[in-house]
Write a protein that binds this ligand. Structure first.
Ligand code: NAD
Length: 499
């Protein structure tokens, strides 16, 4: 067990600056209207820094810088761009613990997550896209007559990116790595709840890129996000966030006829077929752990397995074990490497989760575990903590249909295969899903029949670079994390040449 010291205390690996500006054109730039907003740590509920509050004027300044930088960056060789991305990955790896402290303090997640998952994955995503862009090949085709069609992939130019607060650094990297690899200049707006850890990363990597290739404008959705997403000066908008905001982004994009990639909400089913309980063995344990993952990152995960569907013959026994298993999850100081459940990212988010717990009770769901706000006492007493919560009910309840984005799972049973698939697919969303079965035929079939962009079969919540990720239905448009994402940041040039 290691407990990292809080930022700014004598033993800490890092301290936040008292104030952060925008990063525009390779330097820190004050907001044109001179306003700042407080950044609060969910760990103790206290403000720890203030951040530039961006407006349309700041977005324009960032777009000026991006447009200045884009032509030269777009003409660099793929080898040069790959080398830059590898350097960024090197810096993330060299500063892993310091960045993990920053990420935990800003977001509230247990530090084991950024140490073992978010940051190693962030570095690997840069390396993956460095390799993917170098591996990309154009093609040509001989036409009738004496013509040849040459096809080239060219960058789009300047692109806008808007991200949420649940994995601040990783969400930024998922978007930046393919966009930069493809040769675009970027203006990115972090979430207003968690701007600081990204800015700590920018302090480290900002100078690796030519000025203006990467620009960060901080601020709120309506004040900075909308002017970015609706600007006629971007050639694409990439967005991760709520489905309701995604609808607006698509409207802005349609006005300018630009493509939008949307990574939106989810209500992911996690299906446990009855053969899971054939033996009490390592596989059974793994499935139990797969159930408890709804509390992972406090449930603030777009693919959180927030609906558990258990086949009737094993329902009581499997669920009984799963409740006991979840109750063992260690909730505590997010900076302690033993902690498994940390703080919710904001007070608003905590209130939203508590309101859904009330809704669940009102609509007659049975509370099997948790359901309360937690006061961890001492220095953590103002933090945003809630117990992992298990409800039992049926799929028509709001608890099963609406995204809570907290450590709350809604559990129900199913009869046979068709019944299970039909309950699982009875949702607006289609982002993630889980299937647990020892029977390869069932597992494969269910994987294909579930309407979701990512189905984890006999595992849950791995996010390796190279596995395409994105939503079906109202969960989004487009794919990230795989070479497919390069297509979203490039346009095809065709030269039709006669000899
Ligand atoms: P949100 O939609 O409220 O905000 C996301 C971002 O959009 C923020 O930066 C915000 O400032 C900005 N924004 C808000 N209104 C805007 C507007 N009118 N124009 C432009 N920008 C605007 O979402 P959130 O609450 O920050 O994040 C949680 C949501 O993100 C959940 O629904 C979750 O499922 C989703 N999510 C999806 C994925 C995925 O890959 N599909 C990953 C992580 C999170």
């Amino acid at each position: 067990m290691t407990v990292y010291a809080a930022p700014g205390t004598p033993d800490s690996l890092m301290a936040f600056k008292p104030r952060y500006e925008h990063w525009i054109g390779g330097e820190w730039v004050k907001p044109i209207k001179g306003q700042y907003f407080e950044n609060v740590s969910p760990v103790n509920g206290k403000p720890f820094t203030e951040v530039a509050r961006g407006t349309a004027e700041d977005i324009d300044a960032a777009l000026d810088a991006a447009h200045k930088a884009a032509p030269a960056w777009g003409k660099t060789s793929t080898t040069e761009r790959a080398a830059v991305l590898h350097k960024i990955a090197d810096v993330i790896e060299a500063n892993l613990q310091m960045l993990a402290v920053a990420e935990t303090w800003d977001n509230g997640k247990p530090i084991r997550e950024p140490l073992n998952a978010d940051l190693p994955l962030a570095a690997d995503h840069f390396r993956y896209f460095a390799a993917a862009i170098r591996a990309q090949e154009g093609h040509f085709a001989e036409m009738d007559g004496d013509m040849t069609a040459y096809h080239y992939k060219e960058p789009l130019g300047v692109v806008g990116q808007i991200i949420p607060w649940n994995f601040p650094i990783l969400m930024a990297v998922w978007k930046l790595a393919p966009a930069l690899a493809a040769g675009n200049a970027v203006v990115l707006k972090p979430a207003e709840q968690t701007p600081a850890s990204i800015l700590v990363l920018i302090e480290l990597i900002g100078d690796i890129l030519p000025p203006g290739v990467l620009n960060i404008v901080n601020g709120f959705g309506a004040e900075a996000g909308k002017p970015l997403a609706s600007s006629p000066r971007i050639r694409k908008i990439a967005f991760t966030g709520e489905t309701t905001t995604g609808r607006l982004i698509l409207q802005y994009a349609s006005a300018n006829i630009i493509p939008a990639t949307l990574e939106l909400g989810g209500k992911s089913p996690n299906m446990f077929f009855s053969d899971v309980a054939d033996h009490d063995d390592a596989y059974y344990d793994k499935a139990q752990e797969g159930f408890a993952l709804f509390a992972f990152n406090q449930g603030e995960v777009c693919t959180s397995p927030s609906r558990a569907l258990i086949q009737k013959p094993i329902y009581d026994g499997f669920l009984g074990d799963a409740v006991k298993r979840t109750a063992l999850a260690v909730q505590g100081n997010p900076l302690d490497t033993d902690t498994q459940v940390g703080a919710q990212a904001s007070n608003d988010q905590l209130e939203k989760i508590l309101s859904y717990i009330d809704i669940g009770k009102q609509e007659g769901a049975t509370l099997l575990l948790g359901g309360e706000r937690v006061d961890l006492g001492g220095d953590l007493s103002g933090g945003f903590y809630v117990q992992p919560t298990i409800f039992e009910g049926h799929n028509k309840m709001r608890l099963f249909q609406e995204e809570i984005f907290g450590p709350v799972v809604a559990v129900t049973s199913f009869n046979d295969y068709d019944d299970g698939i039909s309950i699982a697919n009875d949702t607006l969303y289609g982002l993630g899903a889980g299937v647990w079965s020892r029977n390869g035929n069932i597992a494969y079939r269910a994987g294909r029949d579930l309407q979701a962009g990512r189905v984890w079969v006999n595992n849950y919540h791995a996010y390796p670079a190279g596995a395409a990720f994105g939503g079906y239905k109202s969960s989004g448009i487009g794919r990230e994390n795989s070479a497919l994402a390069l297509d979203h940041y490039q346009q095809t040039k065709n030269l039709l040449v006669s000899y």
